[in-house]
Design a protein. Sequence first.
Length: 344
Amino acid sequence: MKHPPLAADHVDAPHRELVLGDLRLESGETIVDYRQSYVTHGTLAEDRGNAVLICASLSGTHHRLDFLIGSGKALDPARWFVIATDPIGNGLSTSPSNSAAQPGMRFPRFALRDMVAAQGRLLGEGLGIERLHAVVGASMGGMQALQWAVSHPTFMRKIVAMTPMAKTAPWAVLVTEAARSCLMADPAWTGDGFAAEPERGRRAYIALMSALATKTPEALSALRDRDDAHRWFDGVLAQQRAIAVDPHDFLYQSWAYEAHDVGTSPGFGGDTEAALRSVQAEALVLCPPLDLFNPETAGYAAAVAMPNARYIEIPSAQGHQAATSLAANDAAFLNRTIGAFLSR
């Protein structure tokens, strides 16, 4: 399994893998020889009460929230035992790109609840953890945090969901459809998979996912002119191509992303608000004032529906990328706010 190059803000830790065997999916299909990838930071307390689970975003890895991990930060390993997981289909846990038995388009479709189920087996079978202090995530990771709280209401004390949706908004559905269309418009797409790296499709995909959908006009207002904008994009293009997710993996994760709704969890009959009202954990939902991927209104609606939730606006112009280390002020704000919430 290929690990992406370490970035300057990544926190390195031994890469671990738990072999779970067959992973039965909620669709009734099975992922054969499923391997759950993860890393840990810190030490599990004697009473096992300091465990915090991190869920990664769409195409993200266990490094997704590394800006929150470190001495004096929200997830200080001196206090918390942090388990940072890789979701199904990100190229580190079992995925279309690395499955020997079900490669490429032979891989079964999966859901976000299947990601949560795999993480649950990691905690129970691999680490012997029966309760979490918190589940933390951003974007698709925040969506998993909400799902954790619905599916396992007494398993965690708190959840932190940054830029989440309890039910994928039509806008976000169309963004993921556009991203897939960028990749599949490339000549490398055969109709049943990619025969090679979709070079031209990748360029369009990166323009959408690393600029138009995940930033804001204000975030790019420092660019002076057309040439400056093109130079900026060339830099982003080079950076993103160096860590490019396998296109098959993106297809599968994006299908899971766009189909998500906590209301379709067993027992709620498709009622999203009823599922959110069932949440027992104390919740913190954080969104920027404008998000062109996961509408901030979706995060606010989720917070309002949960009985013990607080909504805080991230004072950022970065849009969907507000929940990253891209801007030092954003990262500092999130570390202060999340740290105080977890410690309370």
